[in-house]
Write a protein that binds this ligand. Structure first.
Ligand SMILES: C[S@@+](CC[C@H](N)C(=O)[O-])C[C@H]1O[C@@H](n2cnc3c(N)ncnc32)[C@H](O)[C@@H]1O
Length: 207
């Protein structure tokens, strides 16, 4: 117990700073563990919905990939190249540029038009490349309650609302097929923490 917390606002500020740094580091490590098997050194990786770009930096520094980040907002706190999307479902990627892996981690349910974003992912992924989609599980009503409650918490603390939908696995399969993406694997991930939703990683290939 830090007794200074009982009387010192500076102790609170310090506690908040260290806790927030620890949570950020744990989140990056957790995401990195999920994508690591699909990323090799020198691969071209596009991280869509990269938020603060900490994961993009870890993919570059720890896995040796060449990473570009994309988002609708600029929260970049790293030196990774971040491209701001000109419109919510339009990736700023020219026709002569392609990526070996496209990451859409916990992004699709935030997007008003997830199908358009998926079609964009299918457009920019290289032949034989991989699209990795992370989503929160809502297979049962309990999982849906947990997922929605978590996102209300997220909205409260980060003002990050969600404009799209949480879908069940079969509904996601249909969505991916409509975008021309085939499901190769569905991986059940552990919850990131005790109060977090359980998560899924979809491994997709064009065609
Ligand atoms: C829950 S955060 C996920 C951040 C990061 N991918 C991760 O796993 O930690 C959702 C991200 O999606 C972004 N986002 C929301 N709508 C988007 C859209 N239409 N296209 C791309 N990114 C979007 C948000 O700005 C935010 O960075």
């Amino acid at each position: 117990m830090n007794w200074r917390l009982l009387y010192s606002p500076w102790a609170w500020a310090e506690w908040f700073r260290t806790t927030s740094a620890r949570l950020h580091a744990e989140h990056v490590a957790w995401n990195l563990r999920a994508v690591r098997p699909y990323i090799q050194p020198r691969m071209r990786v596009l991280d869509v919905g990269a938020w603060d770009c900490r994961l993009a930096r870890a993919v570059r520094d720890e896995l040796g990939a060449r990473v570009t980040a994309v988002d609708v907002v600029d929260k970049n706190c790293t030196d990774v190249e971040l491209r701001i999307m000109p419109a919510p479902a339009s990736l700023p990627v020219d026709d002569d540029e392609r990526f070996d892996a496209v990451l859409l981690l916990y992004v699709l349910h935030h997007a008003a038009d997830d199908l358009a974003l998926l079609r964009e992912a299918a457009r920019v992924v290289a032949p034989g490349g991989t699209v990795l989609v992370g989503e929160d599980r809502v297979e049962s009503w309990r999982e849906r309650v947990r997922t929605v409650a978590f996102h209300i918490w997220l909205l409260t603390f980060t003002f990050m609302g969600w404009k799209g939908r949480f879908r069940r696995i079969e509904a996601w399969r249909d969505r991916f097929a409509s975008a021309g993406l085939a499901v190769r694997e569905v991986i059940e991930l552990d919850a990131e923490g005790r109060f977090f939703p359980r998560n899924l990683l979809f491994v997709l290939r064009p065609g």
